[in-house]
Design a protein around this ligand. Structure first.
Ligand code: GLN
Length: 485
């Protein structure tokens, strides 16, 4: 039996039923990673010994009849911008090469408490800035469906790891689309929860008013399982929402009759690949046949999402990344005669070109004289974008759109054109600006490459959104698909 084809829920069941041991299952995944990661380059750190030791502990618990957690024996990959105490955490940046954090991210702690097995850290665009993993200072991850193509980004390593069958579950972070876009391009499920739903304690900050941690999976049910584990209030994160914890697994299979689905015209215009458009429209037609009410809606401020995001995100990044000064953290230059050259040479050597571009953009829009014209103005438009969503949600349960305007592009195709790279997140940025949840699930193939469909819901309707995603997963009959390498 090929254990790497099992979903997380099936893995746990096999272990509970004593059909297989956690060691057997985890070893099978590690063997596959070791055999094929040189091709895919999803992992930048593999933790074989600790993973097997953790699996042995689960097997001991089962032997002794002790209770085991929701993720017992499930191999999980972690994006390398999440801290794990004592383990290198680099954000795929030279700036943090060798950095071993003194504490562990809350989400990782929760996964371990439920018996999840951390098998390694995955590649990303440097500091999560990018849409292809080509901005990684380590290497470019390959799309398991076509190794000449990018997996999306910035959480491209996590998406590729799940799509390749290296792990059934992974964590990513999403500031403007970094979970949903790579999930779409790699043919897996990727969810950005409501802002505040998942603790970000231990996530290395990029844009603090936008960043959220979320799951990658190959089934909607598995994503719900991981959400049950990682969501909930945490007083170590001041932006964590103090609400009662939703029940994801208990909600995911609920019947969704009388659904009202909003289709925003602005998401189906210029720039959208026509084959993707027909794929998405085919799913919408199936939903209508199934009894859903399809409503044409308008989100007129959509055209401002990209410019607003590329003011707000770089502004916050320039402030968050000020801490990397060669004194407190990470890389320190050998070439410094005074304190100013220590700062500037450390930063010059440590950061890659995209990170520098964002820092410059952000510093500019926050500087005296430009703050009102750019940053303040962007905040006002951001509020309007949020109001746009609130208005349409008064009359529909969920919004459906494409996740990305094209399928996975070739490595190198967009590296010289940052604007065209930025456009790959055109449909995902608004959810971060408004703080609402979004999920991408696979809905078809175009030219043998996966296509994702995006669902967005009102704040804190994350569990309901996943149950609608499960319904669509059933309708399109794409579930637990693995790219054959
Ligand atoms: N691609 C977007 C950017 O480059 C979003 C990144 C993200 O969500 N982390 O900023």
């Amino acid at each position: 039996m090929d254990f790497t084809r099992l979903s997380a829920i099936e893995i746990r069941q096999a272990i509970v039923d004593k059909k297989n041991t956690a060691v057997e299952i985890v070893t099978a995944h590690l063997d596959k990673i070791e055999k094929l990661n040189t091709k895919v380059k999803a992992f930048i750190q593999i933790n074989r010994d600790s993973a097997i030791k953790d699996a042995q502990e689960i097997d001991c618990k089962i032997e002794n009849g002790e209770s085991i957690g929701l993720l017992a024996g499930v191999p999980i990959a972690i994006k390398d911008n999440l801290c794990i105490k004592g383990r290198e955490t680099t954000c795929a940046s030279k700036m943090l090469s060798g950095f071993k954090p003194p504490y562990t991210a809350e989400v990782v702690k929760k996964i371990r408490n439920e018996g999840g097995i951390i098998v390694g850290k995955t590649n990303l665009d440097e500091f999560a800035m990018g849409s292809s993993t080509e901005n990684s200072a380590v290497e470019t991850t390959r799309n398991p469906w076509d190794l000449e193509r990018i997996p999306g980004g910035s959480s491209g390593g996590s998406a590729a790891a799940v799509a390749a069958g290296f792990v059934p579950l992974a964590l990513g972070s999403d500031t403007g689309g970094s979970i949903r876009q790579p999930a779409s391009l790699c043919g897996c499920v990727g969810m950005k929860p409501t802002y505040g739903m998942v603790s970000r304690f231990g996530l290395i900050a990029f844009g603090s008013s936008l960043d959220q941690i979320g799951p990658f999976a190959r089934t909607v049910e598995d994503a719900a399982l991981l959400m049950d584990v990682i969501s909930g209030f945490d007083n170590k994160d001041s932006t964590s929402a103090n609400i009662s914890k939703p029940e994801f697994i208990n909600t995911v299979n609920k019947k969704n009759d009388k659904l009202k689905i909003g289709i925003p015209e602005e998401y189906f215009g210029d720039g959208l690949d026509s084959e993707i458009e027909s794929c998405i429209k085919g799913v919408i037609a199936k939903l209508e046949e199934d009894g859903a009410e399809i409503k044409k809606i308008s989100l007129p401020l959509t055209k401002y999402a990209l410019p607003v995001y590329y003011i707000v995100a770089p502004a916050e990044a320039s402030s968050n990344l000020a801490r990397y000064d060669g004194v407190h953290y990470g890389h320190r230059t050998n070439d410094a005669g005074d304190i100013i050259s220590l700062y500037s040479n450390s930063r010059e050597e440590g950061f890659g070109p995209e990170v520098k571009r964002r820092i410059m953009l952000g510093t500019y829009v926050l500087s005296a004289g430009y703050y009102d014209a750019y940053y303040l103005q962007a905040l006002k438009v951001r509020t309007k974008i949020t109001e746009d969503f609130a208005r349409v949600f008064s009359d529909c349960d969920v919004i459906i759109t494409p996740t990305s305007p094209s399928v996975a592009f070739k490595i190198g195709e967009k590296t010289d054109d940052p604007l065209s790279m930025y456009l790959s997140d055109i449909y995902t940025l608004s959810a971060n600006l408004a703080g609402i949840p979004g999920v991408s699930i696979p809905c078809g193939m175009v030219n043998n490459l996966p296509v994702g469909i995006q669902l967005m819901s009102p704040h804190f309707k994350d569990a309901e959104m996943l149950s609608i995603a499960a319904k669509i997963e059933n309708l399109v009959a794409i579930r637990n698909k693995i790219a054959l390498l």
